[in-house]
Design a protein around this ligand. Structure first.
Ligand code: DAH
Length: 344
């Protein structure tokens, strides 16, 4: 019996040592220490032993049991520790790995130009006005001194929706809408940025949809010199202090007199180069003194009030400012183009 116990202990300890997980360990525990295990069996057979042997074997069986239990616990702890370490290793995060860059996006160059122009004019006391992109024939043409059969309507090929509704061909209808809102009482001092639409074939300099910024200033005694001063300030703030402007006579039905405004070429400083086609000047906008008919239709007394108005193309401003050679770049959403522009 003594040998049997010794043998069991050796066997059990080896098996414990060989166990690779807690499940295997549990099996060893049941096999050797369980109710049907060999040690229990030994203890059951003690009745057959002599009175001297009984306590010795009993003691020994307890020692063997204790030795196996101790080894089991030791191994259990070892396995648990290994398992935790394994799990930790698997779940560890390498904090030194660089993160994935987040695409933050940038302002669209046209938005940046609009905001820049807005800032300049807000600084001059103007407010921002808005109007609808689907416009009535009345506001887009009639109220701007362009009656139905006026030949100048051909200057702007329009997208008509019905006989009376169209996509606005310019931001000028906002002039008429704003005048109505002010009910004949000045001063009116607004600019209006927005989308406009024309039946043009798209190419490097034309787009069937583009943006304009309209300006309108009505008050008593507004003079052409005010127009010149405001636009010169704008040109210097937007393009650079070294820039100058010049006015050339022109025609628009809604202004009298009308002018075309040029800004001195920034590439050659007015000396003449490829960009300004060797004239030293670049055309940037149309403007003029608000036509008395337009004032009257807008509800303003043209004897008491006078005003100036202007309209400029946002794409054109952006192309001049950033030396962009094709208007289509603004609408094709190529990130290589778009990410080159940030306001500043
Ligand atoms: N509406 C004109 C256009 O689209 C631009 C323009 C010219 C607006 C003169 C004005 C102005 O307010 O006074 O071509």
């Amino acid at each position: 019996m003594k040998e049997r116990l010794e043998q069991l202990q050796v066997e059990a300890l080896v098996k414990v040592e060989q166990a690779t997980d807690s499940k295997a360990l549990q099996e060893v525990r049941v096999a050797y220490l369980g109710k049907k295990g060999p040690i229990t069996e030994v203890l059951r057979g003690m009745g057959k032993l002599s009175a001297e042997e009984r306590p010795l074997i009993g003691q020994m069986a307890n020692d063997v049991r204790a030795a196996i239990t101790e080894k089991l616990e030791e191994k259990e702890a070892q396995l648990q520790k290994a398992e935790i370490e394994k799990k930790l290793a698997e779940e560890s995060i390498d904090v030194t790995l660089p993160g994935r860059p987040v695409q933050a996006g940038t302002r669209h160059p046209l938005t940046a130009v609009v905001e820049h122009v807005e800032d300049v004019f807000i600084g001059l006391g103007f407010e921002i006005a808005e109007g609808p992109e689907v416009e009535t024939d009345y506001y887009n043409f009639e109220a701007l001194n362009l009656p139905k059969d006026h030949p100048a309507r051909d200057m702007q090929d329009s997208f008509y929706i019905t006989n009376e509704l169209l996509l606005r061909t310019h931001t000028s209808p906002v002039q008429a809408r704003t005048m109505e809102k002010y009910k004949g009482k000045g001063p009116v001092k607004i600019i209006c940025p927005g989308k406009v639409f024309r039946r043009d074939d798209d190419d490097a300099t034309h787009s069937h949809q583009f943006m304009q910024i309209e300006g309108l200033y009505i008050d008593e005694n507004v003079r052409m010199s005010d127009l010149k001063g405001v636009l010169e300030t704008f040109a210097k703030k937007f393009f650079g202090e070294e820039r100058n402007i010049r006015l050339r006579p022109s025609f628009f039905p809604f202004t009298e007199p009308s002018v075309e405004v040029d800004v001195s070429c920034g590439m050659c400083n007015g000396k003449g180069c490829r960009v300004c086609k060797h004239t030293g000047w670049i055309e940037v906008l149309g403007a003029g003194m608000v036509h008395p008919n337009v004032l009257e239709m807008g509800g303003f007394d043209s004897k008491r009030y006078s005003g100036f108005a202007f309209g400029m193309g946002v794409e054109r401003l952006a192309m001049l400012k950033h030396d962009i050679d094709d208007i289509r770049h603004f609408y094709t959403n190529d990130l290589r183009f778009l990410t080159q522009f940030t306001r500043g």
